[in-house]
Design a protein around this ligand. Structure first.
Ligand code: GP9
Ligand code: MN
Length: 651
């Protein structure tokens, strides 16, 4: 009952500060339920949610009360404003990304200007409610002042803070113990921010994130060559064998990757209002190698993560975008390998060169040239939403391809099908959908427009004689419809969106089109990380000692396993997500015994791979790969590769 006495004292010491913090507490709980969509499944989870903001608040209130009397109210209001900004910024971010803000993400600040159209779309009128407590609080304050005249404040000495600290400690321990029952090893297992915020609350999450930020910086300093040797050993043990069937079928061909913005797999072969959403891709699939169970593996770095995964066959980071956090690391990326094999390499994207820090990172990856918005003629009528429309982008990109030395390895990044999916009337080939989500409704016509742009691109390639000598690879970069739109999605798909279905919705198309090679649809469980070894296989390029986690999708002994950044994984028979193992056959969670058999054997490997990949990035381990330098020097010396027309970035 000491606690009750303590609360009574708290109210008595400075009631007005108590009122302010009480409102903030209630607001935090409401925002967690409404904007963070945190669900309460049992009484422990309810207690966790109610308790977790308190340590921060009690500590802050205690410290504020040690300040000089006239200042206390100002400090308390400043604290409340700061807490509200944290709540609101995460609320808006969560609407689109079903995730929370981390420190490295704030480093992406430079991208913010371009993000403005997305942010405006996410802000809603009801957000004004975030200020309700301030309105009530100042009302109460006015009323008290009017009735009682000046407010009286007591000042505490630091010694008098002891009961405050003790309470913080007790609540913290209760919170963590309950969290540990709900989710064992919450903070040590792989990073699922949804679960972390659910279990320790938004304020403690930010403290924890600050701690992670500080320690990850130190990792590079303490990294050693031995770590790389250990990882190499693991990769060597897990190595798949080469299947010679399709090895080298695209030897010497140009490679054109199309990174299709926000293209999810559920639209392939589907209709909306009775009309096909991707008529061209549907037709193309008949003539291509199509992977029907291919997943994106991106995290906070979105498109840049997909680029990182595809070019390096490593996992993205759990916090922030590697493109921003580790641009000066040593990499051995696909463009560099292609350069070593006589290819000219370029990325084409009609946006600012600095977006996602691409201009810096591409240089690290070894791209010969980056065609940015500066290399395109962009008129007002050729622009919508985020910038240049996909059709003129495709048309002008073909002109750039024609200028390049061949063979080339190029990546075209589309833009029109980007949230909030804006489209001009004349570009709408199909009607919007009619659900309660404006986002989902508008998604279909913009996907349809992108499909048309890809058709135009193929026509232009054929007309300009580039088609026959090229291998064209189309893949979706990441999801377009976040789980925030599950209700509308459920209406469209006509089924309940369970966590199982949500994981399946992370499928994006992978279409590999090689003129002259017969089409087939493969159900291999695969992910973006597998693309690099698969492409090298088709090109007949064998590279030894690669530090990669992807597997050649044509190999016969490849383990069917796709790992998401948050520790979710998918095998041939199961989907494991948020600690629950679902059978693919029944789409239902399995019991403990079956979980052991279906998901158990993969748990360790999943953590192993994610942590090895993190160590490579945080420790900048590839700088220790001396064999690589020798190999590239050797190749350069022996073959004396001279790529004409090379224009190194920044030169
Ligand atoms: C911006 C484009 C979109 O250049 O790649 O980025 P995203 O928001 O999808 O990561
Ligand atoms: Mn994208």
């Amino acid at each position: 009952m000491r606690f009750i006495r303590f609360i009574k004292n708290l109210i008595k010491v400075n009631p007005i500060i108590f009122v302010l913090f009480f409102f903030l507490w209630m607001k935090t709980i409401i925002v967690s339920l409404v904007d963070y969509s945190i669900t309460i499944d049992n009484w422990r989870q309810l207690i966790i949610m109610v308790l977790n903001p308190l340590p921060t608040f009690i500590l802050a209130a205690g410290l504020i009360m040690t300040r000089k009397k006239p200042r206390q109210l100002t400090y308390a209001v400043v604290f409340a404003v700061f807490a509200t900004i944290i709540l609101y910024a995460n609320g808006v971010y969560h609407r689109e990304f079903t995730d929370y803000i981390t420190i490295p993400l704030l480093l992406v600040g430079g991208n913010a200007a371009d993000l403005s159209s997305s942010i405006i779309e996410l802000v809603q009128w009801r957000d004004i409610l975030y200020l309700t407590d301030f309105a009530v609080f100042f009302g109460v304050l006015y009323f008290i002042k009017k009735k009682r005249g000046e407010l009286t404040f007591s000042q505490l000495s630091f010694r008098q803070l002891t009961p405050y600290l003790a309470t913080v400690l007790v609540i913290g321990i209760v919170n963590l113990s309950f969290a540990n029952i709900e989710r064992p090893q919450l903070l040590t297992r792989s990073f699922d921010r949804e679960l972390i915020v659910k279990n320790i609350g938004i304020y403690n999450f930010h403290l924890y994130d600050t701690y992670l930020h500080a320690t990850s910086r130190a990792q590079r300093v303490f990294a050693s060559e031995e770590e790389l040797l250990e990882i190499n050993e693991y990769i060597e043990e897990e190595k798949e064998t080469v299947n010679r069937d399709l090895f080298g079928v695209a030897k010497g061909k140009n490679v054109i990757l199309i990174s299709a913005e926000s293209l999810q797999n559920f639209v392939i072969g589907s209709t909306v209002n009775g009309e096909e959403i991707t008529p061209f891709l549907n037709e193309l699939i008949g003539d291509s190698i199509y992977f029907e169970e291919f997943y994106h593996q991106t995290a906070q770095g979105k498109t840049s993560d997909s680029e990182f995964i595809v070019d390096n066959s490593l996992y993205p980071l759990a916090r922030g975008a590697v493109f921003f956090t580790h641009p000066s690391n040593e990499y051995y990326a696909l463009p560099e390998i292609m350069n070593e094999n006589g290819y000219y390499t370029a990325s084409l994207h009609a946006n600012n060169g600095s977006f996602w820090n691409r201009n810096i990172m591409y240089d690290q990856f070894g791209y010969d040239r980056f065609y940015t918005v500066e290399d395109y003629e962009v008129t007002e009528e050729d622009s919508v939403g985020w910038g240049m429309k996909d059709i003129p982008f495709m048309e002008q990109s073909v002109e750039h391809l024609l200028d390049m030395p061949q063979p080339f390895y190029t990546k075209l990044i589309t833009l029109t099908n980007h949230f909030p999916f804006e489209l001009d009337e004349e570009d709408s080939y199909i009607d919007q959908f009619d659900s309660n989500s404006r986002t989902l409704n508008r998604y279909f016509p913009t996907v349809r427009y992108m499909d048309e742009a890809i058709r135009v691109f193929f026509d232009e390639l054929k007309e300009n004689g580039l088609y026959e000598d090229s291998m064209i690879v189309i893949y979706g970069d990441h999801y377009g419809i976040s789980s925030n739109h599950n209700k509308a999605m459920s209406y469209y798909l006509d089924k309940e969106i369970t966590p199982f279905v949500e994981a399946q919705l992370q499928q994006v198309p992978l279409i590999i089109h090689i003129p002259g090679v017969e089409g087939e649809t493969l159900s291999t469980v695969s992910g973006q990380i597998d693309l690099r070894p698969t492409l090298l296989h088709l090109l007949g390029i064998q590279v030894d000692n690669q530090v990669i986690f992807g597997k050649d999708l044509f190999s016969e002994d490849r383990k069917e396993l796709v790992i998401f950044r948050d520790g979710t994984f998918i095998t041939e028979d199961a989907i494991y997500t948020s600690g629950v193992c679902y059978s693919k056959e029944t789409e239902e969670p399995v019991d403990e015994e079956e979980k052991e058999a279906l998901c158990g054997p993969y748990l360790e490997e999943v953590q192993q791979q994610l942590s090895y990949s993190d160590r490579i990035i945080y420790g900048d381990l590839l700088r220790f790969d001396t064999s690589r330098e020798e190999i590239s020097d050797e190749i350069r010396k022996n073959e004396n590769i001279e790529i004409q027309g090379n224009k190194r970035l920044g030169e």
